[in-house]
Design a protein around this ligand. Structure first.
Ligand code: TPP
Ligand code: MG
Length: 677
């Protein structure tokens, strides 16, 4: 590599630094004032923190917001978005006009930061605690990628993950889950700055949040510092120490004043979430000897960032040169890294998908495990874990490269012990997907999807390639009883816009569902798998399993007469549908059975295909699904029957529960005969 002096960021003078902080402070106040909506308090109170972070520590380049080597900065307190937008303006990602469009339709400055909408925003934040928990996943992904791709001479993956969080995040349970996991894993490159202004919406945090936060983090094996969050030397010193700490995540508890600089509102809850008011903004500016003009950026500040942008670009260029040398020396590894970052799957990966022989009975969770273990070899970027349920969800990757569990100081692995932390697990895997280089999965019992739903929702909003595995997908869980039997979860999953929800009927549908989930680059997927054994359908008698990819397909149909009864089912219920079809045929009726592994994918099929599978003229429609009816209304129609579960399940042997709840062939036949079909 060419010799050149080490690149260091030129720090601003003390005076310029204060001007940068005040610029951020007043840009935030002005954005909120112009929009007449937003949260000025925290941005004004954490302006010094943002200043030190940006001018002395953050390695980014606004010329390339996808640069692998960049530090990640996550604003977990998403309500303080105007602070982030101000930072992104000074960095060079956003214009003043962008800031002036804060909270307006169609601008790059939405009400809370949204990844993909605004360059430089690493994660969508707004649900408090979410950013923190995603950052834990990002920091883990950084270490895992470093282990995979760095060589003794080339630290290609070598960045920090910074988080700015507030009191509200710290009160959220998911932050405890994520922090505990981060401490256990020893994520030394995770640096959290906690803007502790001790104010939230209803008033002082003394009303509801009184534990010793520093001790709590110490107990979770974090490196803890407490500082005055307006003292820029102290902030810098703390960040330096946090970076020196290599084996523990760091939290810097920074005591601040909300809306610092606002003469009347500083320190008060009223500054949290409403505009300061024109008079208060004017008084704040006057007190700081700041021009009254809105959206003012002093020339000195703009000039400083002009120079800084050059330095940032030089940093990235230096990294690019390192990468070029690395590519020469370790060509295959470098190409593999570029491949996983691009999201392209390896060539020939589909050969690893198994074909299950007919006749055997296999639970789809077990089939899923077999599929994943083929993928373990073929798709090395597939990594993840379960919420302490891997033996039940069958999701441990035991094949291929590094089939180990990661742990403290050991990041070369495919599996993660998430512990019983469904909510953090959801966000963690979102963080991994946002970081890049991995296709994450996570697994738990389907009924506990409810514990991680906010993360699945945002995975979809952020269009992340994240795979959620849910097993024990119906009342057929049996003995564990109604607390463990999902009834409304399938419908609830399907209500999340953009989420593809798969519920395969047998082992071979499971393999194709996995194919579809992996091939989907622009959004998350969930797969719902059975606890109980299900026959592997004989595809010489039924339609080919590959049809699964269409979302819904004709599994079996009478051809002698045009079928008059249409039976549609998903997952394990397809076997009930096949049984009912047999009974109806004994009565001389012509029947068609449709398997419905993914309603969302079916909806994207051409109209002609959809009409072929579900012809309008076939009004006698029987839908069987072990869940609530919601979502099926349009398909069942006025003259159809929905057979499902309308109340919580029961405790008992699975077969007895099914019998009692009417989910057996004879019981369904009673209902069908009752209709006089
Ligand atoms: C999960 C979640 N619950 C509630 C809210 C609404 N909310 C936004 S900010 C906030 C108070 C946060 O207090 P703090 O983090 O101390 O922010 P500050 O008042 O210091 O700006 C609440 C309840 C939210 N955004 N996310
Ligand atoms: Mg607060």
């Amino acid at each position: 590599m060419p010799e050149r002096p080490p690149l260091v960021l030129q720090p601003p003078s003390r005076e310029t630094a204060q001007k940068i902080a005040d610029t951020l402070r007043f840009l935030a106040a002005d954005q909120v004032q112009k929009a007449n909506s937003g949260h000025p308090g925290m941005p004004m109170g954490s302006a010094e923190i943002a200043t030190v972070l940006m001018t002395k520590h953050l390695r980014i380049d606004p010329k390339d917001d996808k640069w692998l080597g960049r530090d990640r900065f996550v604003l977990s307190a998403g309500h303080a978005g105007t602070l982030l937008y101000g930072m992104l303006h000074l960095q060079g990602f956003l214009t003043i006009e962008d800031l002036q469009g804060f909270r307006q339709l169609g601008t790059r400055t939405p009400g809370h930061p949204e990844a993909g909408e605004t360059p430089g925003v690493e994660a969508s934040t707004g649900p408090l605690g979410a950013g923190f928990a995603m950052a834990v996943g990002m920091a883990a992904a950084e270490r895992m990628a470093a282990e995979l791709y760095n060589t003794p001479k080339f630290d290609i993956v070598d960045h920090h993950t910074y988080v700015l969080t507030g009191d509200g995040c710290q009160e959220e349970g998911v932050v405890y889950e994520a922090a505990s996991l981060a401490g256990t894993l020893g994520l030394g490159r995770l640096i959290v700055i906690y803007d502790r202004n001790k104010i939230q919406i209803e008033g002082s945090t003394d009303l509801s949040f009184t534990e010793n936060v520093a001790k709590r983090y110490e107990a979770m094996h974090w490196h803890v510092q407490e500082i005055d969050g307006h003292d820029m030397d102290a902030i810098d010193a703390a960040l330096i120490l946090a970076k020196e700490e290599k084996t523990r995540p760091s939290i810097i508890i920074a005591r601040t004043t909300i809306a610092k600089g606002a003469p009347k509102k500083a320190g008060s809850a009223s500054a949290h979430g409403e505009p300061l008011g024109a008079d208060e903004v004017a008084a704040a500016k006057a007190a700081a000897r700041w021009p009254a003009e809105s959206f003012f950026v002093p020339k000195e500040v703009a000039d400083y960032f002009d120079i800084r942008r050059g330095e940032w670009m030089a940093m990235r260029q230096e990294w690019n040169e390192m990468f070029a040398a690395y590519d020469k020396k370790h060509h295959a590894t470098a190409r593999e890294l570029l491949r996983v970052l691009s999201g392209e799957l390896p060539k020939q990966w589909k050969h690893s998908l198994p074909e299950f022989p007919a006749g055997k009975a296999v639970a789809t969770r077990a089939a899923g495990g077999t599929v994943m273990n083929g993928l373990g070899e073929a798709v090395p970027e597939l990594v993840g874990g379960a919420a302490d349920l891997a033996p039940s969800t069958k999701t441990e990757i035991k094949s291929g490269a590094n089939p180990e569990f990661i742990g403290k100081g050991m990041f070369l692995g495919r599996n993660i012990h998430f512990g019983v932390r469904e909510h953090a697990m959801g966000w963690f895997t979102n963080g991994m997907a946002l970081h890049g280089g991995f296709i994450p999965f996570s697994a738990t019992f389907m009924v506990f999807h409810d514990y991680m739903r906010p993360a699945v929702r945002l995975a979809s909003m952020m269009k992340l390639r994240n795979i959620f595995v849910y097993t024990h997908d119906s009342i057929m869980v049996g003995e564990d009883g109604p607390t463990h039997e999902p009834v409304e979860q399938l419908a609830a999953l399907r209500t999340i816009p953009g989420l593809n929800v798969w519920r395969p009927a047998d082992a071979n549908e499971t393999a194709f569902a996995w194919q579809a989930m992996l091939e989907r680059k622009d959004g998350p997927s969930a797969i719902c798998l059975s606890r109980q054994n299900l026959p592997v359908l004989d595809r010489t008698k039924f339609a080919a399993a590959r049809e699964t990819l269409k979302g819904m397909y004709i599994l079996d149909t009478d051809t002698e007469k045009s079928p008059e009864i249409l039976i549609i089912a998903s997952g394990s219920d397809v076997h009930l549908a096949v049984g009912v079809a047999g009974e109806l045929r004994k009565q001389g009726k012509a029947v068609r059975v449709v398997s419905a592994p993914c309603l969302e994918v079916f909806r994207t099929q051409a109209e002609g295909y959809r009409k072929k599978v579900l012809p309008k003229r076939m009004k006698k429609r029987l839908v069987i699904e072990s869940g609530i009816a919601q979502g099926w209304e349009g398909i069942v129609g006025d003259s159809g029957i929905f057979v499902g579960v309308t109340d919580f399940g029961l405790s008992g042997k699975a077969e007895a529960v099914a019998e009692k709840l009417g989910m057996t062939v004879p019981k369904i036949m009673e209902r069908v005969n009752g209709e006089g079909w």
